[in-house]
Design a protein around this ligand. Structure first.
Ligand SMILES: Nc1ncnc2c1ncn2[C@@H]1O[C@H](COP(=O)(O)OP(=O)(O)O)[C@@H](O)[C@H]1O
Ligand SMILES: [Mg+2]
Length: 342
């Protein structure tokens, strides 16, 4: 299992110091404030954080979906080492988006055309991107529906989106996303609109596809529970920045950032009686005027003088980084690397 992008040569996707702004009537919203992450081949990265933390904007930037009033203010996005920004980059991006990198959204109903049969919609992708004939596309669409666990796929091809349940529609979206055999699948809250049993089935499907196709996956979710079984690494976002990142099991067992600890305390666990859920008090900062120092300081139980200066992501263990002046871990956990208490 590849757990680190660095161990497999050039990562597939690299996002570097990415800043995205939205020029709104309320002022300039700093949606992303310097996000850096990378994904290696066959790796699954979970991106977690409360609503508004910048998860979707990160995905949209990779997929070229930042529209006015938004713009990429600075930073870079690279696919296999080559930038997707600038005029050269945009040409390159057109070749790879939808093919080498594909995306699945939260609500399949908004992405599917209600008046076209499912087979027609999948077929169109195959004809347009892969140059298949109508007959080839129909056969392949049937195979794809089978691959995402839809039974009687031949019959289902001739049905309309409203004839599918929410979970089945999400399977159709996943079938469309993998139609061009992408190397990376970005799934933005793919199970949020579904009930718990169906959620688990969709996650299982993603895990199966990840294995059988050797896919890399970016799984975006506000629900840490969703990440646990599926992801190698996790990036925790807060107020447009990544504030902690590391191997998934490490981040769950030894969360170092007080925000990550708060998120974990507010997430139900399967292995615990969940009567001790505590939500994080307060609300995230306004991104028109984000605070000078640590963006979590107003809500942080550990905040002090030092936190008036913005902390950078620093290694706290060989495989883990946190942006916190006072990273802490439960007493029983592995000690941190040279903590930088100022
Ligand atoms: N089209 C837009 N116009 C203005 N602000 C936006 C727009 N899209 C996103 N934002 C802002 O960017 C920040 C990050 O949003 P988003 O990435 O959607 O959060 P989430 O983590 O919930 O996916 C939020 O403050 C949000 O209000
Ligand atoms: Mg979102």
């Amino acid at each position: 299992m590849s757990v680190s992008a660095n161990s497999t040569g050039t990562p597939l996707l690299e996002v570097e110091k990415l800043k995205v702004e939205f020029d709104t009537r309320r002022g300039l919203v700093q949606g992303l404030r310097g996000v850096t992450l990378s994904i290696g081949r066959g790796e699954t990265l979970g991106v977690v954080g409360e609503s508004g933390s910048g998860k979707s904007v990160t995905a949209q930037a990779v997929m070229g979906l930042i529209d006015l009033p938004g713009r990429i203010a600075s930073g870079d996005i690279r696919w296999k080492g080559r930038s997707l920004l600038g005029s050269d980059g945009e040409r390159y991006a057109r070749d790879i988006r939808g093919k080498e990198v594909a995306m699945v959204f939260q609500d399949p109903m908004t992405s599917l055309n209600p008046v076209l049969k499912i087979g027609t919609q999948i077929g169109e992708v195959l004809e347009r991107h892969l140059g298949m004939t109508h007959a080839q596309a129909r056969n392949r669409a049937e195979e794809l529906l089978a691959a995402v666990g839809i039974s009687a796929p031949g019959r289902r091809l001739d049905q309309y989106p409203h004839e599918f349940s929410g979970g089945m529609r999400q399977r159709v979206m996943i079938a469309m996303a993998i139609a061009c055999e992408p190397e990376l699948l970005i799934a933005d809250e793919p199970t949020t609109a579904l009930d718990v049993t169906i959620q688990a089935q969709i996650l299982e499907l993603l895990a199966e596809l990840q294995q059988s196709l050797g896919l890399s996956v970016v799984l975006i979710t506000h629900d840490l529970g969703v990440v646990a079984g599926l992801c190698h690494r996790v990036a925790v976002m807060y107020a447009g920045q990544i504030i902690e990142t590391g191997l998934a099991e490490d981040v769950f067992e030894r969360p170092a950032h007080p925000y990550t600890q708060g998120l974990l305390r507010s997430t139900p666990r399967l292995d615990e009686v969940s009567d001790r859920l505590v939500s994080i008090e307060g609300t995230p900062p306004n991104l028109v005027t984000p605070p000078e120092g640590c963006s979590f300081q107003q809500r942080c139980p550990l905040s002090g003088e030092a936190c008036r200066k913005a902390p950078k992501l620093e290694h706290i263990r060989p495989d883990a980084e946190a942006a916190c002046w006072r990273p802490s871990v439960p007493a029983w956990a592995t000690p941190l690397m040279s903590p930088t208490f100022p």
